[in-house]
Design a binder for this molecule. Structure first.
Ligand code: TXA
Ligand code: MG
Length: 314
C-alpha cells in the first residue's frame, strides 16, 4: 500500500469514510484514527501497529454531543473534569454503549474518551462525521510519534494516509483517568497532572503500581515507549560515563559533555515535548545507551518518570 501524505483534513477524512486508517496530529502525540463504529477499520489499526488485541483504544471527539453514542452516561465528577479540561490531554474512562464494537475497547465494557485540543484533529473528526478511535501512531513498543516524519518511519506503506501537521506541542500522551467509580483514579499519568485534577476533584488518586486497579489499564502492561538503544536512568548528569557510544538527555549540563548526542532542556515541559524525538534521533545515530536524567515525581514529573521507567525496562 502506498501511503498518501496530505495537509488537507477533507482529503484525509475521505479515507476514514472509506473504512481506511489515517494518522493525524494531536497536541500530545500523533494518533492513528479509524471510525469508532467500523470494525474492519479498527482491525486495520491493530494490524498496522501490530498491537495486542486486548489493548483498548481511546475515542476522540470534536464536540461533547458525540459522547452520547459512545458512553452510557456521564457521572457528575466526569462532567466537572470535562468542564475543566476538555478540550485537552485528558482521557476519561466511562461505561460504553452497545454501539461501540468490543474490538475497539479490547473486550472491556468501558471506553476512554478524549477531545483533542488541536485544530487539525478537530477538523478531521468533523469532516469524518464520526468519533475516531486512535492509539498513538507508532509500531507497538516503539516511542510515540510527535512528528509526521516519525509516523512515516514506523507506518509508511502500512496505512492509507498521513495527515501532516506541525510537531506535537505537549509531547507525552494524555492522562488516562478511570471515572467509572465514585472516586476517579489515574490509570496512566500524562500531560494533565494529578495536582491539576485534584483542584477539581480532590479525592483523585494514583494507585500503587502493584494494585489490581492498575491492571485495569491493559496498555500499561506492555513494553512501551522504548528506543532500540538501552535507556539508563541517571539521577545526576555527572554520574554518567564519558563515552562516544552514549547519548545524554536531561535538565543539567554534564561536566564533560562528550556524548554523540546530548540534549539539555530548560524545563520539564521542554523535556516532555522532545523526549520521544530524542529517543528516535539517538537510534538514528546508532548509540548503544541513552542516559536519561531523572526528575522529581510531582506534576508533569510523574508522567516523565513513568515513560522513562517503562523505556528503561525495555
Ligand atoms: O494522548 C493520547 O492519549 C494519544 C493521542 C493519540 O490521543 N493516544 C494514546 O493512545 O496514547 P494509546 O492507545 O497509545 O494509549 C491508550 C492507553 C493505553 O494504556 C490503554 O490501555 C488505555 O489508554 N485505555 C484505553 N481505553 C481504556 C479503557 N477502556 N480502560 C482502561 N484503559 C484504557
Ligand atoms: Mg501508545
Amino acid at each position: 500500500m502506498s501511503t498518501v501524505l496530505t495537509t488537507d483534513p477533507g482529503e484525509a477524512a475521505a479515507f476514514i469514510r472509506d473504512g481506511e486508517v489515517v494518522a493525524f496530529p494531536t497536541e500530545t502525540v500523533y494518533g492513528l484514527g479509524a471510525n469508532v463504529l467500523n470494525r474492519t477499520a479498527i482491525a486495520k489499526i491493530f494490524a498496522a501497529k501490530e498491537r495486542p488485541a486486548d489493548n483498548p483504544l481511546i475515542a476522540h471527539v470534536a464536540h461533547v454531543d458525540q459522547l452520547t453514542e459512545l458512553v452510557q452516561h456521564i457521572p457528575e465528577t466526569a462532567q466537572r473534569l470535562m468542564d475543566a479540561f476538555f478540550p485537552g490531554p485528558l482521557t476519561l474512562v466511562l461505561p460504553k454503549t452497545n454501539a461501540v464494537p468490543a474490538s475497539a475497547t479490547g473486550g472491556l465494557d468501558t471506553i476512554g474518551v478524549r477531545m483533542p485540543d488541536h485544530p487539525i484533529a478537530q477538523a478531521l473528526i468533523e469532516a469524518s462525521q464520526a468519533p475516531l478511535v486512535a492509539p498513538s501512531a507508532n509500531r507497538s513498543g516503539r516511542p510515540s510519534p510527535t512528528t509526521w516524519q516519525a509516523v512515516a518511519e514506523d507506518l509508511d506503506g502500512r496505512i492509507a494516509c498521513i495527515l501532516q501537521g506541525p510537531p506535537s506541542t505537549r509531547g507525552l500522551e494524555s492522562t488516562v483517568l478511570d471515572c467509572t467509580k465514585a472516586v476517579p483514579l489515574v490509570l496512566r499519568p500524562g500531560m494533565i497532572s494529578l495536582e491539576a485534577l485534584q483542584t477539581v476533584v480532590p479525592e483523585t488518586y494514583i494507585p500503587d503500581q502493584q494494585t489490581k486497579a492498575h491492571r485495569r489499564s491493559p496498555g500499561t502492561r506492555y513494553r512501551h515507549y522504548a528506543p532500540r538503544a538501552q535507556v539508563i536512568l541517571a539521577p545526576s548528569s555527572d554520574m554518567v560515563p564519558r563515552s562516544s557510544t552514549c547519548a545524554f538527555i536531561g535538565l543539567t549540563t554534564p561536566d564533560f559533555p562528550t556524548w554523540v548526542y546530548q540534549h539539555v532542556f530548560p524545563d520539564q515541559e521542554a523535556y516532555a515535548r522532545a523526549l520521544y524525538t530524542a529517543f528516535r534521533e539517538s537510534d538514528q545515530l546508532g548509540v548503544d545507551a541513552i542516559y536519561c536524567q531523572t526528575v522529581p515525581r510531582t506534576g508533569l514529573g510523574r508522567a516523565l518518570m513513568d515513560r522513562l521507567e517503562r523505556a528503561a525496562r525495555g
